[in-house]
Design a protein around this ligand. Structure first.
Ligand code: HEC
Length: 114
C-alpha cells in the first residue's frame, strides 16, 4: 500500500491554514489599539460597574475593588495570564483578538491607574 494518507490529511488542513493566516498577518500589521480602546470594547461589558465579571469578583474581593478599574493590586503579569488562559467563567483571549503588545500595554495601564 502506498503512503497516500498523510498527503490527504495535508490537503484537508490546507483550507484551514489558508483561512487562518491572513487574519493573523492582518492583526499583527495593524497599528496597536490603545488600552482604553481595548478595555472599552473587550472588557468593560463584563468589568464595568454592575457587569458580570464585576459581580463575580465582588464575591471574593474587598468592598470597592470588584471593578478592575478600582483595583489597587492588579499585577500586569497576573492580568496577562488571566486574559490568555481565562479564569472561571471568563473566556480566554487569543493573540488574534489581542496582540501580545496590546495585552502588555493593557495590563500596565490597568495597574497604573491606581
Ligand atoms: C464575558 C465576560 C468577561 C469578559 C469579556 C472579560 N472578563 Fe475578566 N472576568 C470575568 C469573570 C466572570 C471573572 C471572575 C472569574 C472568577 O473568579 O470566577 C473575571 C476575572 C478577571 C480577572 C481576575 C481578577 C482577579 O482578581 O482574580 C482579570 C484580571 C480580568 N478578568 C481581566 C479582564 C480583561 C483585561 C478583560 C478584557 C481583555 C476581561 N477580563 C474580559 C468575565 C469577563
Amino acid at each position: 500500500m502506498r503512503p497516500e494518507r498523510p498527503n490527504r490529511f495535508l490537503w484537508l488542513a490546507a483550507p484551514v491554514l489558508a483561512a487562518a493566516t491572513p487574519a493573523a498577518v492582518q492583526s499583527a500589521s495593524e497599528a496597536a489599539r490603545s488600552p482604553e480602546t481595548i478595555f472599552a470594547s473587550r472588557c468593560a461589558y463584563c468589568h464595568d460597574d454592575g457587569g458580570w465579571g464585576t459581580r463575580a469578583l465582588a464575591r471574593r474581593m474587598p468592598e470597592g475593588e470588584a471593578a478592575l478599574l478600582d483595583r489597587v493590586n492588579l499585577p500586569p503579569a497576573y492580568t496577562a495570564f488571566v486574559v490568555r488562559r481565562g479564569i472561571g467563567a471568563m473566556p480566554q483571549f487569543t493573540p488574534a483578538e489581542l496582540t501580545d503588545e496590546e495585552l502588555e500595554a493593557l495590563a500596565n495601564w490597568l495597574e497604573d491607574r491606581n
